[in-house]
Design a protein around this ligand. Structure first.
Ligand code: PEP
Length: 258
């Protein structure tokens, strides 16, 4: 058995009503029923989480939230949703620190670290996102920026918490642009992240860490990523919105990682 089970997560962003989300799950599940070597997740909007979790019950499909409050389990934080509340409606994990949260809602490294903490404390899986902007890559600072983001996440964790987190490397310039990173760029960054994780913890922790690639992943390029030695799956935006297409993407990732 592989040391790291591949994980493919669909991030639906601000798409799909409750009815659309449930219809998706109903159409999607039979198409991935034979997939046993890949863990699959979807991240609907908050309002659809409960219904999607109910629709996915009895399957292996994981349901994740796209964000979580820095505070909790309750309090005077208008508009926020606590990690415990996400667990109550059937969530398995939370996408934390997505670049759209960092960019449009001012999430700093410290806020991302606080959200990872809350997610872990609620016994949920954080999928913590890191990634550089185009300016940073062109300035030659991509490795430094992403390493800083990673150390902010790893720093507050205890060694026994290290295996309870998944990382996603999502170069900002690749998200929603149709311009995916090359396999060489992805592999180099993933290797650097794993080496940094080893510095923060130890070699077994680094060997066990799952690092997903995200940024314009499609059915056509998924295999090029999942066949890389340090890529353990994908975080998929646009290509996860149609159940047939996402099922095909999952199947192709499995072929590549088999
Ligand atoms: C994302 O939003 O995490 C993402 C990777 O989007 P896309 O696949 O559409 O680039």
């Amino acid at each position: 058995m592989a040391l790291r089970t591949p994980l493919i997560i669909g991030n639906w962003k601000m798409h799909k009503t409750v009815a659309e989300a449930v219809a998706y799950v109903t159409a999607f599940l039979p198409q991935v029923a034979q997939v046993t070597d890949v863990e699959i997740g979807i991240a609907p909007v908050f309002t659809a989480l409960s219904s999607v979790a109910t629709a996915a019950k009895g399957s292996t499909l994981r349901v994740l939230a796209q964000d979580v409050a820095t505070e909790g389990p309750t309090g005077a934080f208008t508009g926020e949703v606590a990690a415990e509340m996400l667990r109550e409606v059937g969530c398995y994990g939370v996408i934390v620190g997505h670049s759209e949260r960092r960019r449009y809602y001012g999430e700093t490294d410290a806020i991302v670290a606080a959200k990872v903490r809350r997610t872990l404390d609620a016994q949920l899986l954080p999928v913590a996102c890191v990634g550089e902007t185009l300016d940073e890559r062109e300035a030659g600072t991509a490795l430094t920026v992403v390493e800083r983001q990673l150390r902010a996440i790893a720093g507050p964790l205890t060694p026994d918490e290290a295996p309870r987190i998944v990382l996603a490397y999502e170069p900002v310039w690749a998200i929603g642009t149709g311009r995916a990173a090359t396999p060489e760029v992805a592999q180099a960054m993933h290797r650097h992240l794993r080496a940094t994780w080893e510095e923060c913890f130890d070699a077994p922790a680094a060997a066990a860490l799952r690092i997903l690639y995200g940024g314009s992943v499609t059915t056509d390029n998924i295999a090029a990523f999942t066949s890389l030695p340090d890529v353990d799956g994908a975080l998929v935006g646009g290509a996860s919105l149609a159940p047939d297409g996402f099922a095909q993407l999952v199947q192709r990732s499995q072929v590549a990682s088999a």
